[in-house]
Design a protein around this ligand. Sequence first.
Ligand SMILES: O=c1ccn([C@@H]2O[C@H](COP(=O)(O)OP(=O)(O)O[C@H]3O[C@H](CO)[C@@H](O)[C@H](O)[C@H]3O)[C@@H](O)[C@H]2O)c(=O)[nH]1
Ligand SMILES: [Mn+2]
Length: 706
Amino acid sequence: MAENENGPLFETRPVKGRFVFKLFVVSVAVGIGFICAYRLWFLPVASGKLHGWAWIGLFLCELWFSFYWFLTVICRWNPVYRFPYKNRLSQSYEKETLPGVDIFVCTADPSAEPPLMVMNTVLSVMAYDYPPEKINIYLSDDGASDFTFYAMLEASSFSKQWLPFCRKLKVEPRSPEAYFKTAIEPDNHDPVKLKHWLSIKKLYEEAKMRIETSRKMKKIPEDIRKQHKGFREWDFVTSKNDHQTILQILIDGRDPNAVDIEGNVLPTLVYLAREKRPQYHHHFKAGAMNALIRVSARISNGPIVLNVDCDMYSNDSDSIKDSLCVFMDHENGHEIAFVQYPQAFHNLTKNDLYGNSCRVFRKLEFPGFDANGGPCYIGTGCFHRRDALCGKKYDQTCKVDWKRLNHRRVEESASVLEATCKVLASCSFEQNSPWGKEMGLKYGCPVEDIISGLSIQCRGWKSIFLDPGRESFLGIAPTTLSTMLIQHKRWAEGHFQIFLSRYCTLLYGHNRIPLQLQLCYCLGNLWAANCLPTLYYVLVPCLCLLRDIPLFPKISSPWVLPFAYVSIAHRAYSLGEFLWCGCTFQAWCNEQRMWLFKRTTSYFFAFFDTVLKLLGYSKSAFVITPKLAMLNLFGIFGVVKKLASGADHRELPDRFGLQILLCLLLVALNWPVYKAMFYRKDKGRMPASVTYKSIIYALLVSTLTL
Ligand SMILES: O=c1ccn([C@@H]2O[C@H](COP(=O)(O)OP(=O)(O)O[C@H]3O[C@H](CO)[C@@H](O)[C@H](O)[C@H]3O)[C@@H](O)[C@H]2O)c(=O)[nH]1
Ligand SMILES: [Mn+2]
């Protein structure tokens, strides 16, 4: 088949209903204008210093919120969705021209990331609907665990059955665990099929059993250790932070004997635990990725690189083809450095208690980034062009001849490759080299993905966000409040660090990426900075309520209207957006609560840790306590007390209406916290010591201000 020019390989369509959105934006902007006018006009110059300062502080917060809201508007202005056409890909390119794809899976800790889960992720990416001789999988094991190595060995033998099974039955998803959890047995009209199905299921269960028992016994049985020479490497491993490079090619796709039960070629599978020594910094995931980039370049050198976290299995066997539609598009493909898929999770509770679903990111913010110049790289579910990842600048010569790219063939045997590649993953290899700076992923930032993606874009490349209906990758979201808050602390800290560094998008991105994209990046980079105005808004109006200082217009004054309109419209819009993205009302309420928790804890600690580090002080500890929640409750008690004492009965609700409402709202948001403190008896109960401490703290603050 000759190259056929029947249209682009992917299409771009704007999100509908943007006119209404723009109208809404204008109305809120007018409301904000009125609020500013009120703040300036009624500045309480005569009624005491404290009142004046509280007022100015509140005004500054409102200015900040308006600016941040403006950023969210920029991000939502013109979102676009992309639609790849897989069938046109096969019409435009012969099978031989399709590029090789190197798939990097990262794991770091066999107890937090069980080997069985890693095996499932690896099997799901081995089973992509793509010529298997063009797929190469590299597992990076920063935990240097022989259990993980053993799980890879099981994966390599089970794949011989699993891949033909997936092809024949068009299995979806292709992670065996996820598939067998939900799949229904085929009915017995077709006994051959049923028998096949049951036998595969049994094989999987057996492999799972072996892996799990070896974990339980904390030892890999001797007869299994004899099966592969690779296990002998662990004789030299002292700890996960002090060992030589372990590199084992478990399946060599070029080997004529490496075939599945139907005689088809198998994808190459490589296990790598890069060298670790206490005297060298290993740079976490970025270090692992850079070692993988170098090793894979020697072994298979696929022009396309897919990166997934080990907890994120492929849920759609067509993703490689979908993303190639972007890279190989005749018009625009050559300028695309990476194709990012959304993060989605398979372990969310119905109403998403901890606000992890990321659906608004997925449906609006990423498409908004995309329209403004390209999504950021979020570390998983991302297809890269190898050259761009390695530091190449974009220019017109980047138009590749895919046919020529596939010409190169490695001649050395697997054992020679194993021996010669080890040095590429050694600690000293990167010394005095551009790796971690101009080449590969950048070091030194807790969100290595964001900063690396940004610098790729600043080298002139574009990126694309793909979300073709079905979730392409499914991972595991944090399952407790504290892990969620800690994860967000790390993210907020990394982002804020970028903002305060020379990579601040507004400076570094200037003249390199569009202004809208710089502002989109600020949305995340300034997460941490939100904590101060939020804390102020949560605390000061409640405290002022206890001290009889009014900070908002009277309920009977017309000035209350802009305040009411902006706050109600803003929240109503957020609810509408949430429902439009397919979430429930309850999930929105949970998200609001998490939003407050994140801003007053994770972002707060992230903010101070970043600033302290910048000033050269060491780390502070991360503690989360529900003190603030108590303060809001006290504010309300104060009001009730005043009402009860009967002094200025009628005037109080009018003068302090908005402040009381704000406090009530915060109390409502914090409801589950009070429940955990005073009411719950199960294991979700707050420890008594925490409860007492926060009561004392809140009492102290409120009496000090009285
Ligand atoms: O020394 C390390 C530490 C971590 N990892 C791997 O990195 C991935 C992400 O780590 P995790 O602890 O799960 O962090 P998350 O906060 O869940 O990760 C999100 O945020 C990270 C930082 O932005 C991104 O790198 C991830 O892709 C993204 O899923 C996992 O596969 C780990 O196995 C390593 O390979 N080596
Ligand atoms: Mn993770």
